[in-house]
Design a protein around this ligand. Structure first.
Ligand code: HEM
Length: 405
């Protein structure tokens, strides 16, 4: 594909091409030109190739804290960026390892089988009243509420109390996008204030009265090797549990619905071979991932990546949405292959900051697919009446009009 100047300019301004119906041919052309590209708009290096992304994700010369320092210098130290220094995706080295170990133990304590049953029951209720042949917005029907009730269930927080948190998640997430402005920084500050008002009393209450929930496990016991302050816990809960799931999972479900609508044979094949559900989940994650790019790092020393020399202090991100279609790794990368094996997609960032919620995300998507496969013959999408999210490095829908038959 030959890129037009507006396409090159759009990529230069925002490499995730927010809201674009199909960024993948554009990524492919640029990746062929050079798997590592400089992007003038956000002022950072963008890695589009699979091997180059893998190398970047495992490179301990890349520092999240150093990139935050650049933002703190630019926006001042009373902003969200200063607070993000204590958040897992922005930590480096040993400090990151210690906190990650503790948070991972809380994730491991989750009974995935029981959670699966919880999702099945929730989806049964949501789909009960749905009439076949009726156009309906998938997002409020089940894509948005599913991760909210799952997170609330794990944390022991009633769903109806979470309204304000949900309203601000976009502001929180955008303050960790590739491009930062005064507006995104202010949105992040406002979200942090709301989160603080909501979560700190909850944390204090749970400290007094621990329960059998993930929040109590995160607070821990005096026997734990680590003791976290309310400030640290606030970040873990609001970022690593809430925002990480309630923003990404709905987008993943919406992208999955679109793919099933575009290729009706997929649903039919899943009906005949339900054992393909797991590989379908992986292929959906590869084909159109909700998180197109990773959080940004800055390099501590000059490094070589692909054929590029990245000078010390420069910032870098991995565009995993592009890497997932690299023909050096995937045969027929632009085809959706239900039984693709192996499928080494990078959508959960395998490396130092690998997603800790990957089991939950897979479980939720699988539960949704299973519910559709069991109940319906066909799923259609009305793209003209739907609305794509224009949300920096994330991809999916805000409104997705669907119809089951
Ligand atoms: C479709 C769903 C999801 C996708 C595509 C996804 C993707 C990612 C990616 C790409 C990263 C790496 C971020 C970076 O290094 O820049 C990440 C990190 C993380 N994710 Fe997820 N995620 C999803 C769902 C979840 C869920 C449901 C949770 C928790 C409930 C979660 C918790 C985390 C945590 C805690 C990290 C930080 C790990 C660290 O820095 O050590 N994610 N996720």
């Amino acid at each position: 594909m030959i890129l037009s100047s507006p396409e090159r300019l759009a990529f230069q301004q925002d490499p995730c091409l927010p809201g674009h119906p199909d960024p993948y041919p554009i990524y492919a052309t640029l990746r062929e030109e050079n798997p590592v590209q400089w992007c003038e708009g956000p002022g950072l290096w963008v890695v589009l190739g699979h091997p180059e992304c893998q190398a970047h994700m495992r490179d301990d010369r890349c520092s999240r804290q150093d990139h935050l320092d650049k933002l703190i210098q630019r926006f001042g130290d009373e902003r969200i960026f200063q607070r993000q220094k204590g958040d897992l995706p922005f930590m480096d080295d040993k400090v990151h390892g210690r906190v990650r170990h503790h948070v991972m133990a809380a994730f491991r304590s989750i009974d995935l089988e029981a959670l699966d049953q919880f999702c099945i029951e929730f989806l049964r209720q949501r789909l009960e009243g749905v009439q076949t042949g009726e156009w309906i917005d998938l997002m409020p029907l089940l894509a948005n509420p599913l991760p909210v009730v799952v997170t609330g269930h794990l944390m022991g927080v009633p769903g109806e109390q979470q309204g304000q948190v949900l309203e601000h998640v976009g502001g929180f997430v955008r303050a960790r996008g590739l491009t930062q402005t005064e507006a995104t920084a202010s949105g992040g500050d406002a979200a942090m204030d709301v989160y603080r008002r909501f979560f700190v009393p909850l944390l204090q209450e749970r400290r007094r009265q621990p329960g059998d929930d993930v929040l109590s496990r995160l607070i821990g016991t005096p026997q734990d090797a680590i003791e976290l302050s309310d400030e640290q816990l606030l970040l873990i809960v609001s970022s690593n549990f809430y925002s990480a799931s309630i923003y990404t999972v709905p987008l993943l479900i919406s992208n999955a619905a679109l793919q099933l609508a575009r290729e009706p044979a997929l649903l039919q094949r899943l009906k005949q071979e339900p054992s393909l559900l797991n590989s379908c989940v992986e292929e959906l994650l590869r084909f159109d991932p909700p998180a197109q790019a990773l959080n940004v790092s800055a390099v501590r020393e000059t490094i070589e990546l692909g054929s590029c020399r990245i000078p010390a202090g420069d910032s870098v991100t991995a565009l995993v949405g592009a890497a997932n279609r690299d023909p050096r790794v995937f045969v027929e990368p632009n085809r959706f292959l239900l039984d693709r094996q192996p499928n080494p997609h990078l959508s959960f960032a395998p490396g130092v900051h690998q997603c800790l919620g990957l089991h939950l995300a897979r479980l939720e998507l699988r539960a949704v697919l299973r519910a559709w496969v069991e109940r319906f013959e066909r799923l259609e999408v009305d793209e003209a009446r739907s609305k794509r999210l224009v949300g920096d490095r994330f991809r999916g829908f805000e409104r997705l009009m669907i119809r089951f038959s």
